[in-house]
Write a protein that binds this ligand. Structure first.
Ligand code: OAD
Length: 236
């Protein structure tokens, strides 16, 4: 990587590609989730207003599915880096699964929310939720039947943006793992980070849409690239 001795603060952005080898579908590309479902039907506030049952059924299935999957070598390697890195490390994920946490990472920012929370639109409470929502269960806080998936839909504001930009401002290295670079604002983090002076590295199965913005791009499966990169960082 070069200049490793001077690197202290790292921001890692992950996307669906890091969970692909755990058996969770990515969104784009052959067999991707957005090939089987139209975004406008299941992942917008308008879709939820129009057909809440369809949307709840879709997320109930996804919530059940992620609980049958296990973290892979890439999630474990990042958790190890978080534990052993001498400087700051922030993991920002676009993923709504909990595989980073189950691999042992603790400070993960879920900018697109999480399958394992239900959010009450009545009282704004969030509850850990492993079951279904289609039967309109009452909110444990206020009793209203107004729970929705705590997932950021298209047209909604991603979570934690202030903390993410603060971390990017202090970053020496920005690493993007398993994301196609198709969805903003996450797709713009590489440009933000490099304008703010960070080195930038992409680890992805193929070159992403924004690949040319990175100082370095490595292609391959996350379960191989990520453990190798973590070894390099901890050895340096
Ligand atoms: P995408 O499905 O758009 O992209 C996944 C990327 O991972 C692609 O570039 C693949 O080449 C790569 N990939 C696939 N398998 C891999 C592997 N084994 N190892 C490494 N890379 C691999 O998923 P995201 O970029 O995460 O948003 O999508 C971003 C957002 O779009 C999602 O958070 C979701 C979606 O619509 C919302 O739902 C708000």
């Amino acid at each position: 990587m070069g200049d490793m001795a001077r690197m202290r603060n790292i921001v890692v952005l992950t996307g669906a590609g890091i969970s692909a080898e755990s058996g969770i579908d990515t969104f784009r590309g052959g067999g991707g989730l957005w090939e089987q479902h139209r975004v406008e039907d299941v992942a917008t506030p308008e879709a939820f207003a129009r057909d809440p049952e369809l949307v709840q059924r879709f997320y109930d299935m996804r919530r059940a599915a992620v609980q049958t999957k296990q973290p892979n070598a890439a999630h474990h390697a990042l958790a190890r880096l978080e534990a052993e890195w001498r400087g700051e490390l922030l993991i920002v994920t676009q993923n709504v699964d909990d595989l980073h946490e189950r691999a042992g990472a603790s400070g993960v920012l879920h900018m697109h929310g999480t399958h394992l929370n239900a959010w009450c639109t009545g009282c704004d409470a969030r509850h850990r939720w492993t079951g279904t929502l289609i039967e309109k269960p009452p909110c444990p806080e206020c009793g209203e039947a107004s729970l929705r998936p705590d997932v950021v839909w298209f047209g909604e504001m991603p979570y934690e943006m202030e903390r993410i930009y603060a971390a990017l401002r202090g970053a020496d290295l920005f690493v993007s793992i398993g994301t196609s670079g198709a969805v903003y604002p996450a797709a713009g983090f590489v440009q933000d980070a490099s304008q703010l002076g960070a080195r930038t590295l992409e680890l992805n199965l193929e070159r992403s849409q924004g690949s040319h913005w990175f100082d370095e791009s490595r292609q391959g499966p996350a379960t191989q690239l990520v453990p190798r990169w973590v070894e390099e960082m901890l050895a340096g």
